[in-house]
Design a protein around this ligand. Structure first.
Ligand SMILES: [Fe+2]
Ligand SMILES: [Fe+2]
Length: 245
């Protein structure tokens, strides 16, 4: 289903409740009655096309955002992506950590299982943290910088050097590392750990990990299919500009 601006937001949520955290990131909370997406966006001064792109990208894995349509600025995208990072680091990951803490193995010989899972998850969360910090401190500011250069129609020598030394296509390689760490984590649970005394908690942990994985994949898709192509185009464009110090 393609989500369009004339559809009621409530209907979208009934259809796909995974979109709730996304609309929250745009500052939309429940209680929106029968208003359509467009009506809500106008009232809250949200860029309708941008919200639609994000909702569709998360709702349908096959959806490739229209390269020509997003005339929204990097500022919108970066703001949205940074909010998502905050959600992963301060809500999702701590939630899973709390669940891991609840696991019980009463057999003394199996006590180390919890530590093993904890350490593994800890490693993973550190990787997510490092990656999101890197994006927020290096990649996103870089995007804002080239966007501003495009608007001003000139390029500084420093920026030119940056583009030539580390073009955006290098950054796209970063993501595969995070994917493989999560696959290992799931396999530890599914294949190797003996069942705990409270298997329901373990099931919950696994389904939360699957959810986090899906969210991160969708997030990465925005970075790779919306941001990177746009950045590549701008890099090419501004390298043609006159230099100014
Ligand atoms: Fe990110
Ligand atoms: Fe990323």
């Amino acid at each position: 289903m393609l989500i369009s601006k004339k559809i009621k937001l409530a209907d979208i949520i009934h259809h796909d409740n995974r979109l709730v955290p996304i609309i929250n990131r745009f500052g939309i909370q429940f209680g929106f009655g029968d208003r359509t997406i467009e009506e809500i966006c106008v009232k809250r001064k949200i860029n309708t096309n941008f919200l639609l792109e994000i909702l569709n990208a998360f709702h349908d894995e096959e959806y490739i955002p229209d390269k020509n349509l997003p005339n929204f600025s990097f500022y919108n995208i970066v703001d949205y992506l940074s909010r998502s990072h905050k959600y992963y680091n301060t809500v999702k990951i701590p939630d899973i950590e709390k669940l891991i803490d609840k696991l019980i193995w009463s057999d003394i010989s199996q006590k180390q299982n919890k530590e093993l899972l904890k350490n593994f998850f800890d490693e993973y969360s550190k990787k997510v943290n490092k990656h999101t910090n890197y994006e927020e401190n290096k990649i996103y500011p870089y995007m804002l910088e080239i966007e501003s250069s495009l608007k001003k129609k000139y390029i500084t020598e420093k920026l030119e050097k940056k583009i030539l030394k580390y073009p955006i296509k290098e950054y796209a390689k970063e993501h595969s590392d995070l994917d493989s760490a999560l696959i290992d984590l799931k396999n530890i649970i599914i294949k190797y750990l003996p069942p705990p005394d409270n298997p329901i908690v373990m099931n919950k942990i696994l389904s939360e990990i699957f959810r986090l994985e899906k969210e991160l994949k969708d997030h990465t898709r925005i970075e790779e299919h919306v941001l990177i192509p746009k950045v590549k185009e701008i890099e090419k464009e501004i390298l043609k500009f006159k230099k100014k110090n």
